[in-house]
Design a protein around this ligand. Structure first.
Ligand SMILES: O=C(O)c1ccccc1N[C@@H]1O[C@H](COP(=O)(O)O)[C@@H](O)[C@H]1O
Length: 242
């Protein structure tokens, strides 16, 4: 639980082909574009965000990368940055950490290269979070296109290796504005004593209040994407609501 016992909000900037975009169910080709990623990030910062969730979607999909632009955005922020997408080896991890980000979020590598992930957890502690991107209870990697094993078995393994935190995304909810999967969040919190960041489906201030009610169970934060870009509420309203 964080010190203030308050849900942290992480507005998302996902970058594809140089643009800030939102996807539906994380499907390549479902992009809606929202313009310059730096302007989007600066807008969330100006609105009072304490965190930015910054994703290189091309790196996650294996369709190239936006590494220089992502680094520019991360370095321009005065707030904490969680950096995600395509961090799968020493080179990509070093590039991510060199941006000065607060932590990185590892997806595919946690499924496909468990030894490397155990090593970087041991080396970097809470600078490493693992993204558990799930459909049902099956993890998905490589831009959410490939099955990567059972959620709870992987969680137990990562817990035993000292993983500091999990970012839990329900792929079926992501980008849909259909509300978060509270059941999944409760189940993950029951299975680990590590903090959980919720991701996927937030559509309203009531959704954020429902996630905030899970702070005592171990939910530390919530990523907010589509709802902010679609202007379902403002970030100022969201920060006041939780
Ligand atoms: O955020 C998305 O919408 C998204 C969609 C499809 C794939 C990945 C997505 N986002 C983030 O990318 C990391 C995974 O990257 P990798 O597997 O480590 O290369 C995942 O944790 C999401 O945060």
């Amino acid at each position: 639980m964080n010190a203030a016992n308050k849900l942290e909000l992480l507005p998302a900037v996902d970058v594809r082909d140089g643009q800030a975009v939102r996807l539906v169910h994380g499907e390549s080709g479902s992009e809606t574009s929202y313009g310059d990623p730096l302007q989007a990030a600066l807008a969330w910062q100006a609105a009072g965000a304490e965190w930015l969730h910054l994703v290189d979607l091309d790196a996650a999909f294996g369709t190239g990368d936006n590494r220089a632009q992502i680094a520019q955005v991360a370095r321009s922020m005065d707030i904490k940055v969680e950096l995600s997408g395509g961090i799968r080896d020493d080179d990509s991890l070093a590039a991510a950490l060199a941006t000065g980000c607060t932590r990185v979020n590892i997806g595919t590598a946690a499924l496909e290269d468990p030894e490397w992930v155990a090593k970087i957890i041991a080396e970097h502690g809470d600078k490493i979070a693992v993204g558990l991107d799930v459909r049902g209870t099956t993890l998905r990697g490589r831009g959410w296109t490939r099955d990567g094993g059972d959620l709870y078995e992987t969680l137990a393994r990562l817990d035993s290796e000292g993983c500091a935190r999990y970012v839990v995304t329900d792929i079926n909810k992501d980008g849909t504005l259909q509300g978060p999967n509270l059941e999944l969040l409760k189940n993950v919190c029951a299975a680990t004593d590590r903090p959980v960041v919720a991701s996927g489906g937030v559509s309203s201030l009531d959704d954020l209040r429902a996630i905030a009610a899970l702070v005592p169970e171990g939910v530390e934060g919530s990523i907010v994407g589509k709802a902010l870009y679609a202007k379902a509420f403002t970030l100022e309203e969201a920060l006041a609501a939780v």
